[in-house]
Write a protein that binds this ligand. Structure first.
Ligand code: GDP
Ligand code: ZN
Length: 245
């Protein structure tokens, strides 16, 4: 079961004007993602961290300070959670804060070639002292891989459902005829800003994918270069041996 939770990070940076604005940041997010719980946290001053810990541990507090229906009291204890979001939003800091004193293993996975190459994408489970498990993705290490495709589908279940009725299976809901998503915006059943935030996430995801692809390509080039140099050295050695003979 996937349950999205929107976390607004860095609450300590909120100036009073914004904190008390109407609509509040939480209102704005709630409007864009109806039915999804929204939680405001700060890894720096601890705002909302108790609630987040409790949600992950599966021991929700009685009062949910965010909006939305809040946690399901019958939900199983100890959740597995994955933090998704663009680089810089505070995922690794949040993970470290959840871990308390224990350190998150930060840094690329090193291969046995001893050159510190980041060649594998590791996923590990981090058991939180407060209960629950964090799935450690490269994203929380600041590597920037944002594996969000599945998260997108569950956070935008309404759009995914509408998209099933689009005429074209690969409909991008822009100008295609017979687009059920555009039709829903047209008749008002799907808020336009909802489609806008879906598109924005898709774009960010594509951008992160392309960045990852560029990184992989660079890695590949470096590896070929090493092989090339190694080959040249071997050939040079053979030449010398030939001359010496
Ligand atoms: P990630 O790329 O999502 O893992 O983001 P990081 O955890 O690396 O954080 C990015 C930047 O935001 C760092 O400079 C952090 O120090 C800062 N940051 C993270 N959490 C907070 C917070 O709660 N409050 C403030 N003021 N800054 C934060
Ligand atoms: Zn469509």
């Amino acid at each position: 079961m996937r349950e999205p939770l929107v976390i607004l990070t860095k609450a300590d940076l909120l100036v009073d004007d914004i904190r008390h604005a109407s609509p509040s940041p939480v209102d704005v997010v709630t409007a864009a993602a109806p039915g999804v719980d929204v939680l405001v946290v700060s890894a720096f001053d601890g705002t909302g961290m108790d609630v987040l810990r409790a949600l992950l541990a599966g021991t929700p507090p009685t009062a949910f300070p965010g909006t939305g229906p809040g946690p399901d009291p019958t939900a199983p204890r100890g959740r597995s959670a994955v933090l998704v979001g663009p680089s810089g939003v505070g995922k690794s800091t949040l993970a470290k804060a959840l871990l308390g004193e224990k350190r998150l293993a930060v840094g690329p996975t090193r291969t046995s070639d001893g050159k510190g190459r980041h060649t594998t994408v590791r996923r590990e489970l981090i058991v939180l002292p407060s209960g629950g498990v964090l799935i450690d993705t490269p994203g929380i290490r600041g590597v920037g891989v944002w594996d969000v495709d599945q998260g997108l589908d569950s956070a935008f279940a309404d759009i995914a459902e509408l998209a099933a009725d689009c005429r074209f299976a690969d409909c991008e809901h822009h100008t295609e005829p017979g687009c059920a998503v555009l039709a829903a915006v047209e008749d008002g059943s799907l808020p336009e800003r909802r489609l806008a935030s879906y598109r924005r996430l898709l774009r960010e995801n594509a951008w992160l994918d392309s960045r990852r692809d560029a990184r992989l390509a660079a890695e590949q080039r470096r590896r070929w270069k090493t092989i090339e140099i190694e080959n040249r050295r071997r050939f040079a050695g053979r030449d010398r041996q030939g001359r010496n003979r």
